[in-house]
Design a protein around this ligand. Structure first.
Ligand code: ASP
Ligand code: MG
Length: 440
């Protein structure tokens, strides 16, 4: 069985939904189709939730009405038969009536998750109705019946596997299944989600749960590129990546893939393919365990919104046990550290989640002077065995000679060098590295 996941732009227009229909009905292999919400919908739902949480019901209603109009228009263009159009309108009405009820009750966090779930519920129901109209045999699999997270918001893979396999066992003859990305139930049995961009994660969790032959992630670009195409003119797709390389790139800014979606596939050794709905014949990127290739830099990515924290002490800072004490503070606040460098008297590290920064700073103050820099960016340089390649650091540093570097991380793994720069230098850093490291 294979998994085919389609992102928001792949289902965001009626004609695109037809393309998706063509793609999921071409092969013979049984397929689970995972859909995101139509493009723009989750952002709009976030906007509705924000207005409600601010108590601005007029704005919330206005945003609900705008989104509703968008769906009505979508539905009128999607279906060919009157029966299906009416079915589509019924689905839309049901979900927008739900949103309208929220205008009358008091708002809380669980409701905000319910709001966010409407996007994937709508896209999958509309797509399923389209398949019915076209007389394509398929099964609708509600993700809320099998996708779950624990109290730390981590997916419960064992439970997911049991529930999903039990569901699939009911349909031994069926070849096409449609389900929602992103949404799940939490440990309180409330509707929740796998965080923004989480439909990729859904796809790879499902892949791991059923030992799929491949997880295909269909987007609007022809694979993972060697640099950010929004910032750099000349970029090209990378044909093959190892799980480790892909994880670094996804984590450090390559927007095409949700970073968490690598581990389930890696653990169960399921290839992940990044493909383009608008150009299905393009090779895309294949991510597998072993990529036998010559060494060298393969790709760059950048992640902004980074905060750097420096802890400086005149006392024997790096006496044994000191790092543990510092790390304990971050562990206590469940804040992960991305980069770290040390000297005898100071340690610098970076985080991207600043929700507990104040508490963290108060605790670190006990160890010495704490300096905090916001608006930094990590530039991540990824490749095969680049640690073993002579002169690679020289090439990197040479390309970055005009840019002040706040931190450098080299030697952490064989396939990554990271540098921290002020976010104002991010684009320049990516462009200079592109010129210096790639031969075009
Ligand atoms: N619709 C959700 C989002 O926009 C999940 C996804 O598309 O992956 O974040
Ligand atoms: Mg995405």
């Amino acid at each position: 069985m294979k998994i085919m996941k389609f992102g928001g732009t792949s289902v965001g227009k009626p004609e695109r939904m037809y393309q998706v229909k063509d793609l999921v009905t071409t092969g013979d292999e049984p397929t689970i189709v995972v859909l995101s919400a139509l493009s723009g919908t989750t952002n709009a739902l976030v906007g509705i939730g924000d207005a409600l949480s601010a108590g601005d019901k007029i704005l919330a209603k206005q945003r609900i009405d705008e989104l509703n109009a968008h769906y009505k228009q979508f539905c009128s263009e999607l279906f060919r038969s009157e029966v299906s159009r009416q079915e589509g309108e019924k689905i839309i009405q049901e979900h927008f009536e739900f949103l309208a009820i929220l205008l009358k009750i008091s708002f809380n966090d669980a409701i905000s998750k319910d709001i966010l779930a409407q996007g994937e519920l709508l896209s999958t129901k509309l797509f399923y109705t389209l398949l019915q109209e076209l007389q394509i045999d398929a099964v609708f699999l509600p993700a809320l019946d099998f996708m779950s997270i624990d109290e730390h918001s981590e997916p419960e893979l064992t439970k997911i596997r049991e529930k999903l396999n039990a569901l699939l066992a009911k349909y031994p003859q069926k070849k096409l299944f449609v389900t929602q990305g992103y949404i799940c139930k939490n440990h309180r049995n409330e509707v929740d989600n796998l965080k923004r961009g989480g439909s990729d994660y859904t796809a790879s969790l499902i892949g791991a749960a059923i030992s799929a032959s491949v997880v295909e992630i269909w987007t609007d670009i022809d694979g993972m590129h060697n640099n950010d195409p929004r910032i750099v003119d000349k970029t090209r797709p990378i044909a093959n990546l190892s799980f480790d390389e892909a994880a670094e790139l996804a984590y450090f800014g390559a927007k095409i893939l949700h970073p968490a979606s690598i581990w389930p596939a890696q653990q169960f050794n399921i290839p992940v393919k990044l493909l383009n709905t608008m150009q299905p014949e393009a090779l895309g990127t294949t991510i597998t365990a072993n990529v036998q290739e010559r060494g060298g830099v393969k790709a760059l990515a950048a992640k902004d919104g980074i905060t750097a924290i420096k802890i400086k002490s005149s006392r024997m800072l790096l006496a044994y046990g000191f790092l543990r004490k510092v790390f304990d503070v971050f562990e206590k606040y469940r804040t992960s550290i991305d980069m770290i460098t040390t000297s005898e008297v100071a340690i610098s590290l970076t985080i991207d989640d600043i929700s507990h920064l104040e508490e963290i700073k108060l605790e670190l103050d006990k160890f010495g002077t704490v300096e905090i820099d916001h608006n930094m960016a990590i530039i991540c340089i990824v490749g095969n065995l680049i640690m073993e390649q002579q002169g690679v650091l020289q090439d990197i540093m040479g390309s970055l000679s005009e840019i002040p570097l706040r931190m450098v991380s080299y030697g952490g793994s064989k396939h990554n060098v990271s540098v921290l720069v002020d976010a104002a230098y991010k684009n320049q850093a990516l462009q200079s590295l592109n010129q210096g490291l790639f031969d075009f």
